[in-house]
Design a protein around this ligand. Structure first.
Ligand SMILES: *Cc1c(COP(=O)(O)O)cnc(C)c1O
Length: 354
């Protein structure tokens, strides 16, 4: 039965990427060896790493602008501490927009003073704080562009002279932004780029080397940059699949093309949530995420029926996170518009039954 994969992460990847990746596990491009049994220093893998790094910069429009793209390990969670290790000398600001921001704050506190410049915690993170002031003496301001759990997304980034650091784990490559406004971007691969096991870090070279502490090699962006992301054995499979997904995105027409599709998917589900009295949206309208739509069922008595209708149609992975409850439909780049259509049809069918 055809499945419609709304999983929040790890999540859906393009079918053709899966096909090519599975072939490469058996034999990479006719070389008689598997991708995962050759040296990462082989010319075949070096080319893969180079391509992944250059595709990332090209898609973000950051080629030749003094940025390095790195494929590291440890997940986005490792970046919570690595960002602070490398950039936090005395004081940094954090905007607290949810669980992942809070985890980033917790790690950064080990390295210096942390100012929470704004927070939406009192409203259970149902919106993005706006109009806050940013102290000018911060080493950086940390933002979470898309709050995967709560379904909110920053639409306008603050204008400031303070360097911007952004956790883009769940919406990188999904919409057009001026990415050069950020000094450091990081994103775990498993939400819009590839399998778990690698994290994309895009760092502006001139923001490095400013802290006084000594940094262990494995945690030092400069070391990884100078070794072209090959300081030690990289997660070869995760990098390869990420490269294939980035190539898929480029062939599709890049971020501009996928943004259009993502907007169509989002408006399809949000207009159903708005018009259908059986459902209510969780996030404030102006901050709603194009990647993760969070919603509740207004009549608990209909939950069981809805769940079984979803199951019958192959809808998978729409249960909300335990801290929000209800439902969450994650609509990452590789999710076809058709899948959202199937879900929306069930939602309107339920209204007729209710
Ligand atoms: C999933 C997620 C993380 C954590 O990623 P890991 O790779 O599991 O460490 C961090 N930030 C955001 C916004 C996420 O969605």
């Amino acid at each position: 039965m055809k499945k419609h994969n709304f999983s929040a992460g790890p999540c859906i990847l393009p079918k053709e990427v899966m096909q090519k990746a599975s072939e490469a596990v058996v034999e990479l491009d006719g070389i008689g060896l598997s991708l995962i049994e050759i040296s990462h220093r082989s010319k075949e893998f070096v080319a893969i790493m180079e391509k992944a790094r250059s595709l990332a910069l090209e898609l973000l429009g950051l080629e030749g602008k003094g940025y390095q793209a790195l494929f590291l390990q440890g997940g986005a969670s490792m970046q919570f501490l690595m960002a602070a290790y490398n950039l936090l000398d005395k004081k940094a600001g954090y905007v607290n927009t949810g669980t992942w921001s809070q985890k980033a704050i917790k790690e950064a506190k080990l390295f210096g003073d942390i100012v929470e410049v704004a927070s939406s915690q009192a409203a259970n993170f149902n919106h993005i704080p706006k109009g806050y002031s940013i102290p000018s003496d911060l080493d950086y301001l940390h933002l979470t562009s898309n709050n995967t759990i709560f379904g909110t997304q920053i639409k306008e980034f603050p204008k400031t002279n303070v360097p911007l650091v952004c956790d883009m784990s769940s919406d990188i490559f999904s919409r057009q932004l001026d990415f050069s406004q950020f000094d450091l971007i990081y994103a775990g691969a498993q939400k819009n780029m590839g399998p778990a096991g690698t994290t994309l870090v895009v760092v502006k070279e001139d923001v490095l080397g400013k802290v006084s502490r000594k940094i262990p090699s494995m945690l030092d962006y400069s070391v990884h940059a100078s070794k072209e992301s090959m300081f030690n054995t990289p997660p070869v499979f995760a990098v390869y699949v990420s490269m294939l997904t980035l190539q898929w995105l480029k062939d599709l027409g890049g971020i501009a093309a996928i943004e259009e599709i993502n907007e169509r998917k989002a408006s399809l589900i949000y207009s159903e949530i708005e018009l259908n009295p059986v459902f209510s949206g969780f996030a404030a309208k102006e901050d709603r995420s194009t990647m993760n739509a969070t919603f509740n069922i207004t009549d608990d008595g209909l939950k069981e029926v809805f769940d079984s209708m979803c199951k019958e149609e192959g809808i998978s992975g729409i249960n909300g996170h335990r801290s929000v409850g209800g439902y969450r439909a994650s609509m990452y780049n590789a999710l076809p518009l058709e899948s959202v259509g199937v879900l929306v049809d069930i939602m309107s069918e339920l209204e007729k039954k209710g």
